[in-house]
Design a protein around this ligand. Structure first.
Ligand SMILES: Nc1ncnc2c1ncn2[C@@H]1O[C@H](COP(=O)(O)OP(=O)(O)OP(=O)(O)O)[C@@H](O)[C@H]1O
Ligand SMILES: [Mg+2]
Length: 502
C-alpha cells in the first residue's frame, strides 16, 4: 500500500538567512593570496632592513674617511689660513652634502655643501645643537664614534662624528642619511609593486585552478541533486542516476565522495526494489483475498435470501438473525469490492478511457441520492452543453456516489447539498457542497486515507461506514490524472473534483 510522506525533502542548498558562509573556492583563494602577501611582506621588511644596515655601515666608513682626511688637513694648514668649516669643506675629495663644524678655541664656524658644491651656512639653532653634541661627545670621550643627529628643516638627518685634531682644534664632520633612506625607500617601493603584481596574478591563477579542481565535486553535487528530485517514496522507481565513472577514482578525495555516493545509491536502489516487491506482494495478497472472498460471500447472501423468502414460518429471532446475516454479507461484499478496487488501482492497472458524459452521470447520481435521502435538499447545477470527461464511467459514478453518500450520511436531515458541474480550461470541475456540520477537525489531515472515518459516524453502529469511501474517490480521481480537494468548516463542506476533459 502506498504511504505518502507529507514532508517535502530538505533542499540540498539550504536557503539560510543571515550572512552566507564562504565557499571552499573562496577560502582556498583567500588563503593562498593571504599567505603570498604575508611572505612578500616578510621578504620586503627583511630585505629593506638588511640593505639599510649595510648602507649605514658604508656611510659610517665614509664618514670615518672624511674625518681622517679632515684631521690631516688640520695638520698641515697653509700659512695664514685659520682652521674653519669652509677650509674643511673645500678640502680635496670631500663629497657633496658633507657637513662640518670647527671650534678653534675662540670661534665656531659651521656649514655644509649642497649638490652644486656651494657651501651653505647653518642657522644659529642648528649650530647650537651641533656644538652641544660636540661638547657632549668630547666630554664623554666618544670621539671617532658615528651617531645620528636630526637637524630638521632642509638639512635633515645626518650621521656625524666628533674629532680632536692634533693641533687641539675640536671639529665635527657629517654625511647626510638621506642617501641611505632614499635607496631603502626605493627598494621597498619596488618590492611592494612586484609583490602586488604577483598577488594579483596568483589570485587569478588560484581562482582558475581551484575552479578546475572543484569541477568533479560540482558533478557529484549535480548527481545528488538529480536523485533528490526523484519521487522515491512511491511506486516503482528506476534509480539509474550515478556519479560518472571519471569522478569515482578512490585515489582522489572527490573520487572517494563520488564512489561512496554511488555505493549508497546502489543500496537505495536495492532497498527501493525490495520495498516495491513487498508492496506488490501485499497488494497481490489483498487482491487475491478479496477476489476469493467474493464467491463465499455471494453464497452466504444467496442462502440467507433464499431462507428469508422461502415463506416458512420461522421464529422471530431466527428471522432477525438471518436478516442480519444478509445485511452483513451485503456490507462485507461492498467492503471486499472496495478493497479489490483499491488493490487494482495500486497495482497501476489502467482504467477505461472513453468519453463519459458527466452531465447525465451527475443527473443519475443525484436522483439516486434523492431517492435514498428524501429528508435532504438536493440541488444540481449543470451547464447548457454536455461535458465529456475521459475516463471509466462506472468508476466515476462510484466517485460521485461516494461523495453524495457522505453528504447524506454525515449530515443531518434538512441539509442542502449542491452539486455543480463546470469547465475550467481543459478540465471538468465538479463540486459537491453541503451546509452540514463539517468534517471533524481531527480527521482533516488524514481524510483521504484508508479506514479514516469520523468517530460520530451515525452508521458505524449499524455497520454502514468503513472509511474507504474517500480513499476510493482519491484513488480513482488520481488514476484519471485528476485531483480532489476539500474545503470544510462547520456549516459548509465542499469537495472539488477536477478531471481532464475528453
Ligand atoms: N460531507 C461530509 N460532512 C461531514 N463529514 C464528512 C463528510 N464527508 C466525509 N465526512 C467524514 O469523513 C469520514 C470519512 O469519509 P469516507 O467516505 O472515507 O468514509 P465513511 O463515509 O465513514 O465510510 P464509507 O464511505 O466507506 O462507507 C466520514 O466518516 C465522516 O466523518
Ligand atoms: Mg463515505
Amino acid at each position: 500500500m502506498n504511504v505518502r510522506s507529507t514532508r517535502p525533502p530538505a533542499p540540498i542548498i539550504p536557503t539560510a538567512s543571515g550572512r552566507a558562509p564562504w565557499t571552499l573556492r573562496r577560502r582556498l583563494v583567500v588563503a593562498v593570496v593571504g599567505l603570498l602577501a604575508l611572505v612578500s611582506l616578510v621578504i620586503g621588511v627583511v630585505s629593506v632592513a638588511i640593505l639599510s644596515a649595510n648602507l649605514m655601515d658604508g656611510l659610517d666608513s665614509q664618514l670615518k674617511n672624511t674625518a681622517d682626511r679632515s684631521i690631516n688637513l688640520f695638520d698641515r694648514p697653509p700659512s695664514g689660513v685659520s682652521p674653519s668649516a669652509s677650509y674643511v669643506l673645500n678640502g680635496p675629495s670631500q663629497q657633496s652634502g658633507t657637513l662640518a663644524l670647527v671650534y678653534d678655541g675662540s670661534t665656531v664656524t659651521a656649514g655644509y655643501t649642497d649638490q652644486a658644491g656651494t657651501i651653505v651656512g647653518l642657522t644659529n639653532d642648528q649650530v647650537t645643537q651641533l656644538v652641544t653634541e660636540l661638547d657632549t661627545a668630547v666630554r664623554n670621550g666618544q670621539t671617532s664614534e658615528p651617531f645620528s643627529v636630526d637637524l630638521g628643516g632642509d638639512v635633515g638627518e645626518y650621521r656625524v662624528m666628533a674629532e680632536t685634531a692634533r693641533s687641539g682644534t675640536l671639529f665635527l664632520v657629517g654625511l647626510p642619511v638621506s642617501s641611505v633612506t632614499g635607496t631603502a625607500t626605493q627598494l621597498a617601493v619596488i618590492i611592494a609593486l612586484v609583490s602586488l603584481a604577483g598577488i594579483v596574478l596568483v589570485a587569478f591563477l588560484a581562482t582558475a585552478i581551484v575552479r578546475l579542481a572543484l569541477r568533479p565535486l560540482q558533478r557529484v553535487t549535480e548527481t545528488a541533486t538529480r536523485v533528490s528530485e526523484l519521487p522515491l517514496d512511491r511506486g516503482e522507481v528506476l534509480l539509474v542516476e550515478r556519479v560518472p565513472a571519471a569522478d569515482t577514482d578512490p585515489r582522489t578525495e572527490v573520487g572517494r565522495v563520488g564512489s561512496a555516493l554511488n555505493r549508497m545509491l546502489d543500496h537505495v536502489d536495492i532497498a527501493l526494489e525490495t520495498r516495491q516487491a513487498s508492496e506488490n506482494k501485499v497488494r497481490q495478497f489483498v487482491a487475491d483475498a478479496s477476489h476469493e472472498l467474493r464467491t463465499p460471500l455471494a453464497s452466504i447472501r444467496g442462502y440467507s435470501e433464499l431462507t428469508r423468502r422461502s415463506g416458512q414460518d420461522l421464529p422471530d429471532d431466527t428471522k432477525h438473525a438471518i436478516g442480519r446475516i444478509e445485511s452483513e454479507s451485503i456490507r462485507m461484499t461492498g467492503l471486499v469490492e472496495d478493497l479489490l478496487l483499491l488493490a487494482r488501482l495500486d497495482e497501476g492497472r489502467e482504467l477505461e478511457r472513453e468519453p463519459v458524459d458527466l452531465t447525465s452521470l451527475l443527473v443519475d447520481v443525484v436522483s439516486d441520492a434523492h431517492a435514498a435521502g428524501r429528508d435532504h435538499v438536493w440541488d444540481l447545477d449543470l451547464p447548457e452543453e454536455p461535458v465529456l470527461a475521459a475516463g471509466d464511467g462506472p468508476r466515476l459514478h462510484q466517485v460521485f456516489a461516494n461523495l453524495l453518500a457522505n453528504a447524506r450520511v454525515h449530515t443531518d436531515p434538512g441539509t442542502r447539498v449542491e452539486v455543480a458541474l463546470a469547465t475550467e480550461g481543459d478540465r471538468a470541475v465538479v463540486t459537491v457542497t453541503d451546509d452540514g456540520p463539517g468534517i471533524p477537525e481531527n480527521l482533516r489531515a488524514t481524510l483521504f486515507e484508508r479506514f479514516a472515518r469520523g468517530d460520530s459516524s451515525r452508521f458505524r453502529g449499524t455497520g454502514g461506514s468503513t472509511g474507504l469511501g474517500l480513499a476510493i474517490v482519491q484513488a480513482v480521481v488520481q488514476a484519471h490524472h485528476g485531483e480532489v480537494t476539500v474545503d470544510s468548516r462547520p456549516g459548509r463542506t465542499s469537495f472539488r473534483v477536477e478531471l481532464p476533459l475528453a
